[in-house]
Write a protein that binds this ligand. Structure first.
Ligand code: AKG
Ligand code: FE2
Length: 309
């Protein structure tokens, strides 16, 4: 019992406590108010003289009850409004940051995929396939060659839809379904190989559609050295080397294992298949050119424009 408390108050308290207990036993439905919560608090958590406080609280007048109730309601309102304001602020910030960053690099919302396999398909593209691809690029791309003035001299005249830099361009072979219709057999060969590996690299039941079929050309100085480059939003990616590595210095395809780079030594026609959200890079081309066919599949409907739609 706390010292310095009037003894008559203790008696009144004891009386009120008994009353309170009696009335509590009578009470059928329990209404949880500030008072009932205070009663349930262990004495050491209520006030320094917990028992007295509980006694005093149990004899509150209706006006106090209303005051306590309205205070509780007000605090709920204030808290709700404050948290709504904080949430709005957070959502606006997230939207703003999202709008600033390129669409391919949104935050990971998928399970970690670094430990999935990178499947090598040696000699996947035959010499005839590579010849057909070269034709697809020159015929399919001719009409759309934007002729970027700032491209490096070695890339001048290379058909492309997008320039990632003046030493790295890509042509969208899937635009308007061009590759699918004009080079059906080669297209089916690629897609069949990708689907065959789906069971080990992704959910085999996932409906896979073309997101992009791109022909990449890297000139000296070109590469894909981005610390967090993943094909976010896609499911399966294939990268097939079309150029002859003997004519290129650098330009290696790199994945990562336990944070360490794994350099894939590929021959012309070799392909790699991997879970799209696996970290990957292309090391800088130090001499010559690197060309690759890159296909990404996703679960969204077939895309026939660029890689972002
Ligand atoms: O050039 C390659 O082999 C890969 C390119 C790539 O990863 C990409 O464009 O996202
Ligand atoms: Fe990529």
């Amino acid at each position: 019992m706390g010292s310095g408390v009037d003894p008559s108050l203790h008696a009144a308290c004891e009386h009120a406590r008994k009353d309170d207990e009696r009335s509590r036993r009578r009470e059928a439905p329990r209404v949880c108010t500030a008072n009932s919560l205070a009663r349930e608090m262990p004495p050491q958590l209520s006030t320094p003289c917990g028992r007295e406080e509980r006694c005093l609280r149990s004899s509150l007048l209706p006006v106090d009850v209303w005051r306590d109730a309205s205070t509780a309601i007000c605090s709920v309102w204030v808290w709700r409004d404050a948290s709504a304001a904080l949430y709005t602020l957070w959502a606006c910030g997230a939207m703003y940051l999202g709008a600033l960053s390129p669409i391919r690099y949104w935050a990971d919302d998928k399970p970690y995929v670094e430990d999935t396999e990178v499947v090598a398909l040696p000699s996947f593209l035959s010499a005839a396939d590579i010849e057909e691809l070269a034709m697809a690029v020159s015929l399919g791309g001719k009409a759309r060659n934007a002729g970027w003035a700032s491209l490096s001299s070695t890339l001048q005249g290379v058909p492309h839809d997008v320039a990632f830099s003046d030493v790295h361009v890509a042509l969208y072979l899937h635009r308007d379904g061009y590759f699918q219709t004009s080079h059906r057999e080669l297209f089916c060969k690629c897609i069949a190989a990708m689907r065959e590996q789906a069971s080990s690299l992704c959910d085999p039941k996932a409906p896979l559609h073309v997101r992009c079929i791109e022909f990449h050309t890297y000139a000296e100085g070109g590469g894909l050295i981005e610390p967090d480059h993943r094909d976010n939003g896609s499911v399966l990616t294939m990268s097939a080397l079309v150029s002859n590595p003997r004519d290129t210095s650098g330009g290696h395809f790199v994945t990562f294992s336990f944070g360490q780079p794994v350099v894939h030594e590929l021959s012309r026609g070799d392909a790699l298949l991997f879970s799209s959200e696996r970290l990957h890079n292309v090391s800088t081309v130090a001499g010559g050119q690197r060309c690759a066919l890159v296909i990404e599949l996703w679960v969204q409907p077939t895309n026939s424009r660029d890689r972002f739609s």
